[in-house]
Design a protein around this ligand. Structure first.
Ligand SMILES: Cc1ncc(COP(=O)(O)O)c(C=O)c1O
Length: 352
């Protein structure tokens, strides 16, 4: 396979002279900063946030290197993975000309970002076992296919895609292959993050929004070869990760053990909940999960959804989604929340 990032990147991005921020143009020691039109008097908060944050988030990247074993030059940080998704479209896909492939049912933002960027979206649905349809996938790739979006573990089906299938795509597709690993911490399977040097076309997305419990801060990570990361850095808004987020994340990254403990609890709860739910009459099937949520097929999904809502429990109704007909997607919550969910479904069953 012939992979060359320069053949894929948009011409306008190649030619682009990136924004040069005040803090990019200055290096060395200074006491008085009058270069960025900030407010030197302070902020109306107990802690001051009057200075722009590090545009390169160097300290966070150093800690991530220690945790993930990936060098800083291979890490891009976004305002949530959603920003990374959008930037990949903007870097590689020419509006009205190029196309990308997604494998539904899957995370909705790939489609939304494609539409925002006016990029043709080709859908190659997963097979009935929620695995890739490689035969169909191959027929949909053409010279204008820039990105194949894979999500593993997949939202909303909760399963991991077969590693061998993903490797076949990586080995044969000469464009970018994104593997969205938002739920990887809950999976029995290994991340692709260690394979970056093997696959120059690979981008792995991860996020602090799930296992790390930091959805409110918005921090997404893209791991890829140096050239792809430089392109993302070139087109990102200069200060895309705020100072407060950077500080809190920096502190949170010292607590890997606490996160691992939360993961253990959530995985245990997930497996317990799956067993309990499978015994309830209205539940027809609980799909195996490698994530922090369960996909269930229930009788009268819309009615069950409404009944749960009337008890103050909101789940995700996926019953109109292709291959998920009759399904609800339920996040694994705290032990008390999970018990409340299971009891409400039992009550629903007996009320019939
Ligand atoms: C597969 C997948 N990727 C990415 C995201 C969004 O992540 P972030 O909060 O980092 O934007 C989600 C959120 O639900 C998701 O399910």
């Amino acid at each position: 396979m012939n992979f060359n990032v320069n053949d894929l990147v948009r011409e306008n991005v190649k030619r682009l002279l990136p924004y040069s921020s005040a803090r990019d143009e200055f290096s060395g020691e200074a006491k008085i900063f009058l270069d960025a039109n900030e407010n030197s008097l302070g902020s109306p908060t107990t802690k001051w946030y009057n200075r722009y944050p590090d545009p390169h988030q160097q300290k966070i990247k150093e800690k991530l290197t220690a945790i993930k074993g990936v060098p800083s030059k291979n890490i891009f940080l976004g305002n949530g993975s959603d920003e990374c998704i959008d930037l990949l479209f903007r870097a590689f896909c020419n509006p009205g000309k190029d196309n990308v492939i997604i494998c539904p049912p899957t995370y909705g933002m790939y489609e939304v970002s494609a539409h925002i960027n006016d990029v043709e979206l080709r859908k190659v649905p997963l097979l009935d076992n929620f695995q890739l349809d490689l035969v169909h996938l191959e027929t949909r790739v053409d010279d204008f296919t820039k990105i194949i979006w894979l999500c593993s573990p997949n939202n909303p089906t909760a399963n991991s895609l077969s590693r061998e299938d993903i490797e076949i795509v990586l080995n044969n597709f000469p464009g970018i292959v994104v593997i969205d690993e938002a739920y990887i911490n809950f999976s029995r399977h290994r991340s692709f993050i260690q394979e970056l040097s093997e696959y120059p076309n690979l981008v792995v997305l991860q996020t602090l929004s799930k296992a790390w419990g930091l959805a409110g801060l918005r921090l997404g990570m893209a791991f890829a070869g140096e050239e792809i990361i430089s392109i993302c850095n070139k087109i990102k808004p200069p200060y895309n990760i705020g100072q407060a987020t950077q500080e809190i994340v920096l502190n949170a990254l010292d607590h890997v053990e606490d996160v691992n403990e939360m993961i253990r609890v959530l995985v245990r709860e997930r497996d317990l909940m799956a067993k309990q739910l499978s015994l309830i009459d209205v539940v027809e099937q609980v799909y195996p999960s490698d994530a922090n949520f369960l996909l269930l097929k229930v009788r009268n999904a819309r009615d069950v959804y409404a009944a749960l809502l009337s008890k103050g429990i909101v789940v995700r109704d996926r019953s109109n989604v292709q291959l998920c007909e009759g399904c609800l997607r339920i996040t694994v919550g705290s032990p008390a929340e999970n018990t409340a969910l299971v009891n409400s479904l039992k009550d629903y069953g007996t009320a019939l």
